[in-house]
Design a protein around this ligand. Structure first.
Ligand code: ARG
Length: 397
């Protein structure tokens, strides 16, 4: 059994109760790590809460820049959307947090890590598998999975042990958010037919009424500017969240397959992520050679599955990153998005190394395409099915 663990500490009810519960029931010392990954709530008060619950130390890290650079840039380049839709919001912050838990474990000579996830979700998988990959020698404690408390029990436990928590008995939704978006689960939405109440949305509350354009600039597959203003990736995403979100665009409502075998109804809002990935994929349409683009499309689904399933740190994911990176050098250029209430769509793209050749594409007088070449090409292209038809297919009957 571990003697000292580093807990990924959100400051919420579960992780606050977990501090004391692990001390009492698992006999460990607890170091708390609170990470700023761009979530809405502040970390203010977390130090007092963690130490008040009995932690021996509290560390707070602003990870927004690293999150954008090392976790969001790769998924933008990979157009990674789980089951074709979900931009992997929660699946991306977990491996980053684990990386820093491991660093703190070394700093505090801890021999274990801990998280506050339940046994039904994906996040436990991501925390634990990331830890197994980065520091196989560390033990991982999952108190919330062990204690069998209801929310009521947790609140009572906090009261009995004078653990400062701001929680109320009525909590409708389970929310996880960061720079890349926001996931809203539970409440009435556990019925997949029930429409999400308007009140669940925070990042996509419509307020803008004027139509406008937004030009996103990319360098080697990574967004670097908005309307010609260069900015750091985390700032760019924050800006896109505000602008695109104000048009009420960027919501998802889906039933997804969790790693643990449950189908779950999920609502997400990720205005910046979805806009920037739409723009990136579009820029690839003019900058990637056909076979490379097609093969990449096939890999993108697999890439998203790996990340979703907790395999951020894995040899296949590493090899796929190498493939994706090798494809991105020409993906430099600009994409123009048009925004109007409830809508966001591409209206133009350009790139210095665009493969779009006007002389080949045009139907006007500038046409340079050699039409006569097509005759022989098509005859050979169809030769196989022509032979099949005459001997076995419709032509033989
Ligand atoms: N279903 C999403 C995922 O697995 C969102 C998870 C959100 N986590 C939460 N604690 N509410 O990535």
């Amino acid at each position: 059994m571990a003697n000292r663990v580093v807990l990924a500490y959100s400051g919420g009810l579960d992780t606050s109760v977990a501090v004391r519960w692990m001390i009492e029931n698992m006999g460990v010392e607890v170091v708390c790590l609170s990470a700023d990954v761009g979530q809405e709530g502040t970390l203010e008060g977390n130090r007092e809460k963690a130490l008040g619950a009995g932690a021996i130390a509290y560390e707070e890290l602003d990870l927004r820049e690293e999150f954008a650079r090392d976790f969001l840039a790769p998924v933008i380049k990979a157009n990674a959307l789980y089951e074709g839709q979900y931009p992997l919001v929660s699946a991306l912050s977990r491996p980053l947090i684990v990386k820093h838990q491991v660093e703190l474990a070394r700093k505090y000579s801890a021999d274990g890590l801990a998280h506050g996830c339940t046994g039904k979700g994906n996040d436990q998988v991501r925390f634990e598998v990331s830890s197994m990959a980065l520091a196989p020698e560390l033990e991982m404690l999952a108190p919330v999975r062990n204690w069998g408390f209801t929310r009521e029990d947790s609140i009572n436990y906090a009261a009995e042990h004078s653990i400062p928590v701001g929680a109320t008995r009525e909590k409708l939704y389970s929310i996880d958010d960061n720079l890349w978006g926001r996931a809203i689960e539970c409440g009435e939405m556990e019925d997949p037919w029930a429409e999400p109440p308007e009140g669940v949305w925070k990042m996509t509350v419509p307020s803008a009424t004027e139509e406008r354009d937004l030009v996103i600039g990319f360098e080697a597959g990574v967004p670097v500017s908005v309307d010609g203003r260069t900015m750091a990736l985390h700032e760019l995403i924050i800006e896109l969240n505000h602008v695109v979100g104000s048009y009420g665009w960027g919501r998802l409502d889906m039933v997804e397959n969790r790693r643990v075998g449950i189908k779950s109804r999920e609502t997400y809002e990720a205005p910046g992520a979805l806009a920037v990935m739409m723009a990136h994929a579009d820029l690839e349409s003019i900058t990637l050679e056909r076979d490379l683009q097609r093969e990449k499309l096939r890999l993108e689904h697999r890439y998203a599955e790996l990340v979703y399933d907790g395999l951020w740190f894995s040899p296949l994911k590493e090899a796929m990153d190498a493939f994706v990176d090798a494809s991105q050098e020409p993906v430099t250029g600009e994409v123009r998005l048009h925004l109007e209430p409830g809508r966001c769509f591409v209206t133009g793209r350009r790139a210095p190394k665009s493969l779009y050749d006007y002389g080949l594409a045009t139907y006007d007088a500038a046409d340079r395409f050699r039409h006569a070449d097509s005759e022989g090409f098509v005859r050979l292209w169809g030769l196989g099915v022509q032979t099949w038809s005459a001997i076995q297919g419709p032509g033989s009957r």
